[in-house]
Write a protein that binds this ligand. Sequence first.
Ligand SMILES: *Cc1c(COP(=O)(O)O)cnc(C)c1O
Length: 399
Amino acid sequence: MTLSNGRQYLAIPGPSVMPDRVLRAMHRAAPNIYHGELVELVPELVAGLKTVARTSHQAAIYICNGHGSWEAALANVLSRGDRVLVLATGSFAYGWGEVAEGLGGVVEVMDFGRTGGIDTARVSERLVADKAHEIKAVLAVHVDTGSSLRSDIAAVRVAIDEAGHPALLMVDCIASLACERFEMDTWGVDVMVTGSQKGLMTPPGIAFVFYNDRADAVRESAGCASRYWDWRTRTEPDLFYHYFYGTPPTQHLYGLKEALAMIAEEGLEAVWRRHEILAQAVWAAFEHWGGNGPLRLNISDPSLRAHSVTAVVAGSEKGTALRRWCEERAGLTLGIGLGAAAFGAPELDHHFRVGHMGHLSAQMILGALGTIEAGLTAVGIGHRPGGVVAAADVIAAAA
Ligand SMILES: *Cc1c(COP(=O)(O)O)cnc(C)c1O
């Protein structure tokens, strides 16, 4: 006997749940890639992406995952030997820094831990000390998917400006775009990267780099700008074929069109609000279950918590057992703990994550939390029963 048949909820922080509308839009023959509807579609997609990113500047589409977008963004602004300041609030900033190093950059990581925010005074201080302006870019991750910490990006901009420093502000929004408020132009972000498979609800395989005129001016002299990653080819192609520097990712583009239409129909602000409320429901459940016990959220300050993913400290080595139970017995797939060792506990087993991004409703979240509560009991993780009721109260009050 199994209770896991039925529609599975993939509650990992990416890829997220793909809407049927998106999947259906992709289920078609490839179109002509030289003229006709696909050629007309691409400028429409670029406009839709810019709306979601809250920018009036440029958006380049790449056929790659988030890691590819990291490299694409850096290749357009770095020269070998350039210094890069990485602000780490979890695992992903380190990953982006490694890509910078791979391109020949000199990488300096400022680690703020996994439970507090970026200390902008430290950032400012470091930039003021850089009198020769050797630091070419400051790299930050809006939502770190491992720690589930959200950084105040606007405050980082203020810190750079207060230091009177010309470094570009580059931001990874892979786990936050179309999940929570992000204002590229208002916040003064020069370069932003994201992927298709999280808030944008489209299968993994395409990624996006948004950049403004300041960043494009740096691109003029960037020694790393290679032909394939050059963003100019993709935003001002001499022929349509060069939008993608080769064959377009045809089905993905149809999927993305549908996803962007869904976001536009709901309204971006409403999408953000939905994520916020569903996140609050998740937090309420875990705070109730945890009580004073060892089970707890990784981020204790609610104002620093992401609205798209929640990292949990299981308080015992049974985190992995819980994930297995939920997946095999009940059809709910939870995320593994990421960068768990740095959370202060030695084993991955002590941690897990709940992804709550993209195509997600109250009933899905309440179902997931009910499943987790059953799992906590089944595998014997100590908790105060009733977390689902606390989550239901959040939903009832908001809806
Ligand atoms: C998922 C994620 C990445 C990596 O994206 P891939 O598509 O797996 O390469 C990078 N940064 C953040 C914040 C992410 O959530």
